[in-house]
Design a protein around this ligand. Structure first.
Ligand SMILES: Nc1ncnc2c1ncn2[C@@H]1O[C@H](COP(=O)(O)OP(=O)(O)OP(=O)(O)O)[C@@H](O)[C@H]1O
Ligand SMILES: [Mg+2]
Length: 377
């Protein structure tokens, strides 16, 4: 797995002057931006479908007007910002920019420092939009949780007590059964063991509910993440074999990885949930790859210590964009027998660890979940 660098901000330059586009691309790419060019309104709308952070849009385009294009671009990338490029610094162009919903305008030819400062300001807006949306999403999840959480926790707790009592009585029964003559045992033992397994399963489900509704506090320790990954993958080896799924471990440079800060038991649960999801999405004979890579401290975030990125990638169908925004919501599932709690638990644990989780499209079109965990102090 390659090193996990922060994504480069994407700039879309919409101008029919090829020379200018090349010029801007050179300057911006040197400053760390990923640049795409579009010579017309139609080309810009097509390019915008892939998303952009900032669009630099010329006022006069061969097939239309930049002020009319700007709102259409923002519609396609709601977190994005538009900066208009004009030939003259007039009051009209300033007003046109404001009316079009652009966050700024630049007069051509623009000096590099001015261009970079304007883009940095636009990027600050873009990050704010993303943060706002993330906060709104978290609030929606929290609201849903608050509504069901308290009741679920109470109910789980109440169900668990009689369930434990039943399990205890069942083990008494089992002991007595095992004292019977061998030939009398079989027919009685079989249903008993079935009931015991079902009770265990129920207990696990309740544990999940409780864990999710009332996450316990924990004392973080320094954890060797690749070692945890290896243990979990060993544990799930049988399941992979049953599904004829090849599990690839990309832990090659594991010894170069810093320890992360956390609790092993919970991190193991993150891995189990993500790996089982990957197995369930992957057709028989497919492949699931699990890898760890170092994350360098982000200079844009003071105090960031860096850490380790854990990626789990499958060769399943991937996650459609319409579903992608909802997968971390509690009780969201597309599976007939799913509880829809797996990823919400993962999200809660990762957040509790001060980490982050994102989902992206894998190299083979499957899903790729990347969990970043902060380095232990
Ligand atoms: N690797 C993946 N590939 C494709 N879709 C996925 C993947 N992982 C999760 N999903 C989607 O996200 C949904 C939510 O996943 P989550 O783990 O929260 O619940 P679940 O797997 O449906 O149920 P449970 O984990 O409780 O058995 C899934 O139903 C599925 O639609
Ligand atoms: Mg799941």
């Amino acid at each position: 797995m390659k090193e996990h660098a922060p994504r480069r901000p994407r700039v879309l330059v919409v101008d029919d002057n090829r020379g200018l586009v090349d010029n801007l691309a050179e300057v911006l790419e040197r400053a760390g931006y990923a640049v795409a060019g579009a010579p017309s309104c139609a080309a810009a709308l097509r390019a915008a479908a892939d998303g952009f952070d900032v669009a630099l849009v010329d006022l006069k385009l061969p097939d239309g007007d930049g002020t009319a294009l700007a709102p259409q671009l923002k519609e396609r990338s709601p977190d994005g910002e538009v900066v208009l490029l004009t030939g003259f610094a007039t009051l009209e162009s300033a007003m046109a920019a404001v009316r079009a919903g652009a966050c700024a305008y630049l007069v051509k030819p623009c000096a590099t420092p001015e261009l970079l400062v304007t883009l940095e300001q636009a990027m600050r807006q873009v990050r704010l939009h993303a943060e706002k949306r993330e906060l709104a999403r978290k609030a929606a999840v929290a609201e849903k949780l608050a509504a069901v959480g308290t009741m679920t926790a109470g109910l789980s707790h109440e169900i668990r007590n009689p369930l434990n009592a039943a399990a205890l009585q069942l083990s008494v029964l089992e002991r007595r059964l095992r004292r019977l003559p061998q030939d009398a045992q079989g027919a009685l033992l079989e249903p008993l063991l079935l009931v015991r397994d079902e009770i265990r399963r129920l207990d696990h489900v309740l544990e999940d509910f409780l864990q999710f509704a009332r996450p316990r506090d924990f004392v973080p320790r320094a954890i060797d993440l690749p070692a945890v990954v290896a243990r979990v993958l060993d544990l799930l080896g049988g399941e992979a074999q049953r599904r004829a799924i090849v599990v690839e471990r990309d832990l090659a440079r594991a010894e170069a990885l810093p320890p992360v800060s956390g609790e092993e038991e919970r991190l193991r649960q993150v891995l189990v949930n993500l790996t089982l999801n990957a197995f369930e999405a992957t057709p028989d004979g497919g492949r699931v790859r699990v890898g760890c890579a170092p994350v360098e401290p982000d200079p844009a975030r003071p105090g960031d210590r860096g850490g380790v990125a854990l990626a789990i990638e499958d060769t399943g169908p991937g996650i459609p964009p319409a579903v992608r925004d909802r997968i971390f919501e509690p009780f969201f599932t597309t599976k007939a027998a799913g509880s829809g709690l797996g990823l919400s638990i993962v999200h809660a644990i990762v957040t509790q660890h001060g980490g982050a989780i994102v989902v992206e499209e894998g190299a083979d079109g499957g899903a790729r979940f990347v969990v970043t965990l902060p380095r232990a102090p």
